[in-house]
Write a protein that binds this ligand. Structure first.
Ligand code: VGL
Ligand code: ZN
Length: 218
């Protein structure tokens, strides 16, 4: 028998054991919410220090990429007329209009090519805060993509913790996913002071666990 054949045999014998081992762990995915120019300082709806989370998110991306775990990134992606905006009855200044510079990802964010891109806030009659209201370019919902990939636990980062991150985390928990809130990779708008703190308390009460990079060896 050639040495190559012997090697192949070992590979075939070890694969099922590794697969069994994997089954014991929950399948994880990383969710990056709305890290876009308009939500960073200088943008139409700048979140204080919103840009500062990019290097942390990049580290989480590296960890997930290395393990070949799915990475999702949402973009707030509004039409020009939507009830989300002040001019049409909402609370927000115009931001993240489809295909504008403000709607592009922050330039410091390093998304790998396998990132699954999702668009949210695309319907004029809804705010569309939650990633669970987002869809890919073929109209597939975030939930259907998570199910198809067998994801059980979602690691959530991004902007803003008191709106889209909070709504996404609460929807995830309601749908039965485990949620890890990446404390070094989120920032809040704080329309009212302490909105971020209140949002964190609400998410934790509903079952989210707070973690930072050092908890996962980053
Ligand atoms: C968001 C306000 C308005 C968010 C989106 O991404 O948190 N906040 N639109
Ligand atoms: Zn918006």
């Amino acid at each position: 028998m050639s040495p190559e054949k012997g090697y192949l045999k070992i590979v075939f014998r070890t694969v099922p054991e590794d697969a069994e081992d994997e089954k014991m762990k929950l399948k994880k995915a990383l969710l990056i919410v709305d890290v876009q120019n308009d939500f960073c300082p200088g943008g139409a709806l700048g979140v204080p220090e919103g840009n500062k989370i990019a290097p942390f998110i990049n580290k989480y991306i590296k960890i997930f990429s290395k393990k070949k775990l799915p990475i999702f990134a949402t973009r707030d992606w509004h039409p020009t007329k939507t009830k989300h905006f002040k001019d049409f009855g909402g609370v927000w200044p115009v931001h993240c209009i489809q295909n504008t510079r403000g709607a592009q990802f922050h330039p410091k964010l390093r998304l790998p090519k396998e990132t699954i891109l999702l668009y949210k806030g695309i319907y004029p009659e809804r705010d569309g805060y939650s990633a669970f209201e987002a869809e890919n370019e073929r109209g597939m919902s975030f939930l259907s993509l998570l199910k198809r990939l067998g994801v059980e636990e979602i690691y959530i980062s991004g902007l803003a913790i008191d709106y889209c991150v909070k709504f996404s985390a609460c929807d995830a928990l309601r749908q039965g996913f485990k949620v890890k809130l990446l404390m070094d990779a989120v920032k809040g708008v704080n329309l009212r002071p302490n909105d971020s703190e209140r949002a964190i308390k609400e998410m934790v009460k509903k079952g989210a666990k707070k973690i930072t990079l050092k908890d996962i060896g980053g």
